[in-house]
Design a protein. Structure first.
Lengths: 281, 338
């Protein structure tokens, strides 16, 4: 199995497999893409879209939906893969990924893609937007939640900590933030670029309900999302997910860690094969 | 509010038409030089021990990693925190060092604007802000397209603004801006950077515009990569018997008004300002203002990015779409000449 799942979460393992597969197919179209990240976050997206969130595939702007905010816009390839699996974007459109006039540009933008709730690319914006969405939902009396995914590199930005302070101040219990700790950013391992540990303690001290899990352990991710939803405290919720870049494709997992993992033209098929091998193993 | 579903892709896979973040601006077969900024800064660092390097998680993407490798104890990785980057650089400058700070042009100008304004420009600190992905040099969409950096930084008192054309110029600009005691913003081309101006007996001088070739019909006034394009266009238009002069203006602020007025004042030429920047507030409007104030009124046109959020897509597609490719530029000029 590419990801651990026991009992009833096996259907999520299949979803995660298909998200990874979609991402690899998109990477193959352009011969590039943030595939290391897409593979590391596929399990979190599977749990978000096929366990935790409420939405209508045919009606991406349905008022009652839970909002999913992709702060790290360069992870768009991963979110497109999930939106395709969720039926929000047609499967055929995958072939246009990153091409001129596609609705699937390499960096996620709200004006291009159904299901894309914000324009990312400039990092460190998502949590601020999420605070506003949460305030707005509460103001409207809506019980919808806001999920926001951001990356460990974004922890360097002051704006992220402004929003962390603010979400606790406003007691935003309708906010579930997920940070992908893949220990990678542009210039190297995140913990070396700018030390941010002990992260759980810091976030708890800021007034959040915090959990830290192996983001590639589906059962653990499911349990964390469940606990985040059911926690009775008037606090925003943070799920710190430790993930492995390239997860599910062993030769990419083993490749030298890099923000932009190079994949040679002939390797996309090998990666798809490796992913399939893991699925049936 | 999303865009229409596109027609399904047909035929060969559209690999070349990619909205990649970092696309090369070098044309096929064009001569290039690797990392002119990083190498020039290492060279300068030998004699200038006051020089330190800072980045916001983009050393590798601004060629500053070369400096970091040569002088690890003079390099500060500030994390992806552009506001901190500017404030800390100001602090180092206040203590007598000469910081070269790097990030992308969008983040220096947009995320960190107030920090540059207050801690660097207002305090008049000796900080050199050197930024990759100037203007439209990324296919990623508005988040990475610095269409307005020159307008924003031109509006800031004390700050000198430089838009170099090629590797040759960047190499010369590095010691020149280091020798100037005061804040500077310089646009950066990184990686394998085109080499053009070495064939024109050209040398960079801070604050100076230079005529690269003369011509009787059109005067193109340009900066940055648009000078490279202008030279290409001049050659293309020779075939149509259109004689194009090219005035290169790498220092956007302070503007070399004397040279611009002298060249634009020569009668009988269409003046075209070409810039890799929105038509609002950049070189075009700077030149227009200078001409108007001096009572010089040649026929005047602007080539630059439109006042809109630009598309994501392949750079060649976008440069054609927005009129800043050599072909598009040549067509515009021919159209204006009638
Ligand atoms: C505000 C901002 N600063 C800098 C960048 C350039 N940049 C793009 S990705 C990246 C690394 C961010 O860290 P992370 O998302 O953790 O990287 P990954 O895990 O994808 O390697 C940087 C610095 C950016 N997009 N936005
Ligand atoms: Mg990361």
């Amino acid at each position: 199995m590419t990801t651990t799942a026991i009992g009833h979460n096996t259907h999520l393992a299949e979803r995660a497999y298909r998200i990874r597969r979609n991402a690899l197919l998109m990477g193959e179209v352009q011969g590039q893409g943030y595939i290391g990240q897409a593979l590391d976050i596929a399990d979190v997206l599977a749990v978000s879209y096929f366990h935790a969130m409420r939405y209508r595939p045919a009606e991406p702007e349905w008022e009652g939906r839970d909002r999913f905010m992709l702060s790290n816009g360069h992870y768009a390839i991963a979110l497109y893969a999930a939106l395709i699996e969720a039926g929000i974007i047609p499967q055929e459109e995958l072939e246009t990924y990153g091409s001129d006039d596609s609705r699937l540009p390499m960096s996620g933008m709200a004006s291009y893609t159904p299901g894309m709730e914000m324009s990312g690319g400039s990092l460190g914006l998502g949590l601020s937007l999420a605070v506003g969405r949460c305030l707005g939902l509460k103001r409207k009396g809506s019980d919808a939640r806001v999920y926001t995914l951001f990356s460990d590199g974004e922890l360097d930005e002051g704006s992220v900590w402004e929003a962390i302070l603010s979400a606790a101040h406003w007691k935003l219990d309708n906010l579930i933030a997920i940070v992908d700790v893949n220990n990678q950013q542009a210039d190297g391992p995140s913990t070396q670029v700018m030390a941010f540990e002990p992260l759980t303690d810091k976030l708890a001290a800021f007034g959040w309900f915090v959990q830290r899990v192996d983001g590639n352990d589906l059962d653990a991710v499911v349990a964390a999302f469940d606990a985040a939803k059911s926690c009775p405290d008037p606090k925003p919720r943070m799920i710190v997910c430790d993930t492995k870049m390239g997860k599910g494709v062993p030769f990419l997992e083993a490749r030298e860690k890099n923000h932009f993992i190079r994949v040679d033209a002939h390797e996309w098929q090998l990666a798809l094969d490796a992913l399939d091998a893991g699925r049936t193993a | 509010m999303s865009r229409p579903t596109p027609a399904p892709a047909t035929g060969a896979k559209p690999k070349l038409k990619t909205s990649a973040m970092i696309a090369s601006i070098a044309g096929e077969g064009q001569r290039t030089k690797a990392a002119p900024f990083g190498n020039a800064l290492v060279e300068l660092g030998k004699s200038r021990e006051d020089i330190v390097g800072l980045t916001a998680d983009l050393a590798k993407y601004t060629d500053l990693h070369i400096f970091a490798k040569a002088y690890p104890d003079r390099f500060y990785q500030m994390g992806m925190a552009e506001q901190l980057l500017m404030g800390a650089a100001s602090g180092l400058a206040h203590e007598g060092f000469t910081p070269f700070v790097t990030t992308y042009a969008v983040f220096a100008s947009r995320r960190a604007y107030d920090f540059v304004h207050q801690t660097i420009a207002e305090e008049n600190r000796n900080v050199k802000i050197v930024c990759a992905l100037p203007g439209l040099t990324s296919g990623y969409g508005p988040s990475h397209q610095a269409a307005e950096d020159l307008a924003l930084f031109r509006a800031m008192p004390n700050l000198m603004v430089i838009d170099p054309c090629d590797a040759h110029e960047i190499e010369q600009a590095v010691p020149a801006i280091a020798a100037h005691n005061g804040p500077v913003y310089m646009r950066l081309l990184r990686g394998n950077v085109p080499l053009v101006l070495d064939e024109y007996d050209y040398s960079f001088e801070l604050g100076k515009a230079k005529l690269l070739r003369d011509g009787a019909d059109v005067l193109v006034v340009s900066s940055g990569i648009m000078t490279m394009r202008a030279l290409e266009v001049a050659t293309m238009l020779e075939r149509d018997k259109v004689d194009v002069a090219v005035l290169h203006v790498p220092t956007i602020k302070p503007l070399d008004t004397a040279t611009i007025l002298r060249e634009a004042g020569r009668s009988g030429r269409l003046v075209v300002v070409a810039e890799n920047h929105t038509v609002i507030g950049g070189l075009g409007e700077a030149v227009a203002g200078a001409l108007l104030r001096a009572g010089v009124h040649p026929p005047f046109r602007q080539i630059g990015l439109p006042d809109e959020f630009l598309d994501a897509g392949a750079l060649p597609t976008l440069h054609d779409r927005y009129g800043i490719s050599a072909n598009a530029m040549a067509a515009s000029i021919k159209g204006w000449l009638g």
